[in-house]
Design a protein. Structure first.
Length: 338
């Protein structure tokens, strides 16, 4: 197995080892005012929306994780089948490995076979040459492209990147690619200034991927020879990062630490157009298989529709009108940062 495939399999194992779905995060510090008399009824139809001009059954999706190893192929196949059945979008894990190991192509391309009409999103690192990105997009037949920014993860990896001059290459990718481009973090959060710089370059969406869920400093610390656990707290909480994206007036996706349908509702009230979920779905698949994950996604749709009704709303667009209030410590961070 190549060093890159081995790393992917280690990430999958460690993401499972460190998974704790009851971890406290910034969504617990954000509260929504709920009317006792909502005058609404539960309707699954309220969840329907569009993404990249295709219809989807819900505004949440399976965010980037796998590809580039044997185990990832099995996972991507299952995730694409579920995305197809439940009509939700699926982002594939980083395909930058294909620039070095083209034999790994089928671990990604299997997704389009399983979900011929659904929304698939490719993912690359910010150093992938624009010509290679174009090839990846064609080979994977995707609807959009994610470029991930992951400095903390790189610095925590002994074999990681040490050159973070990424902007010029991102500009080149933007010029070469016609599809919508999403800039995302990987669980440490996008800050306002980076969003500001990138929105000027014509980036279409920002996926904040804030802290509170999967922590790549923790995962890399377990792979590192020396202790880098001090990097674990460098993340920007998802709620803060989402408020920064809102302030920049960009289209944004909320992800990082989504644990349940209430977190999804909160993410939508912050102004996120879509909500991404990674590890919670992966661990459901690990524990309960394809059927188990499909059942969870179906249950989350019903529960989210239920929540929208009890909060007195009947469409996704009006969720930002729900009154929000914050615990003091989060409010304090918001006041200092935004
Ligand atoms: C990831 N994530 C990720 N992100 C990315 O942009 N490219 C990638 O290849 C991967 N790979 C990956 C593997 C595994 C096993 C996990 C758990 C995660 C990060 C992911 O997309 C997301 O940003 C973070 O996991 C935060 O979301 P959750 O897990 O807290 O919902």
């Amino acid at each position: 197995m190549s060093i890159r495939s081995k790393r992917k399999e280690e990430h999958l194992n460690l993401a499972q080892m460190f998974f704790n779905k009851s971890n406290f995060n910034s969504f617990d510090q954000l509260h929504l005012l709920r009317p006792a008399l909502p005058e609404e009824k539960v309707d699954l139809g309220v969840l329907k929306t569009k993404m990249f001009s295709k219809s989807i059954a819900a505004p949440f999706f399976i965010n980037a994780m796998t590809g580039g190893s044997k185990k990832s192929k099995t996972i991507n196949q299952a995730l694409a089948q579920i995305a197809n059945k439940e009509q939700i979008a699926l982002a594939l894990g980083s395909a930058s490995i294909l620039t070095k190991e083209s034999e790994q192509l089928d671990s990604f391309s299997i997704a389009r076979n399983e979900d011929p009409d659904g929304i698939l999103i490719a993912n690359v690192n910010p150093e992938t040459p624009a010509t290679e990105v174009k090839k990846i997009i064609t080979d994977l037949a995707v609807d959009a492209l994610q470029i991930h920014l992951n400095t903390v993860q790189e610095i925590a990896m002994p074999e990681g990147d040490r050159d973070f001059y990424w902007l010029n290459n991102i500009k080149e990718i933007r010029q070469a690619v016609d599809l919508p481009i999403i800039i995302k973090e990987v669980g440490m959060g996008l800050d306002q200034n980076s969003i500001h710089l990138l929105k000027r370059e014509g980036i279409d969406y920002f996926d904040v991927a804030g802290s509170g869920g999967t922590n790549f400093a923790k995962i890399e610390n377990a792979r590192n020879q020396h202790d880098v656990s001090y990097l674990e707290n460098l993340g920007l909480p998802t709620v803060i990062s989402a408020l920064m994206a809102k302030k920049e007036n960009v289209n944004f996706i909320v992800s990082g630490g989504i644990r349940n349908p209430l977190d999804i509702l909160k993410a939508l009230t912050l102004g996120g157009q879509y909500v991404g979920i990674s590890n919670v779905f992966l661990q459901q698949f690990n524990l309960h298989g394809l059927i188990g994950l499909q059942q969870l996604i179906r249950a989350w749709k019903e529960d989210l529709a239920g929540l929208i009704a009890i909060y007195g709303k009947h469409d996704l667009a009006s969720l930002t009108e729900i009154k929000k209030y914050y615990d003091f410590s989060l409010k304090n961070q918001i006041d200092q940062l935004i």
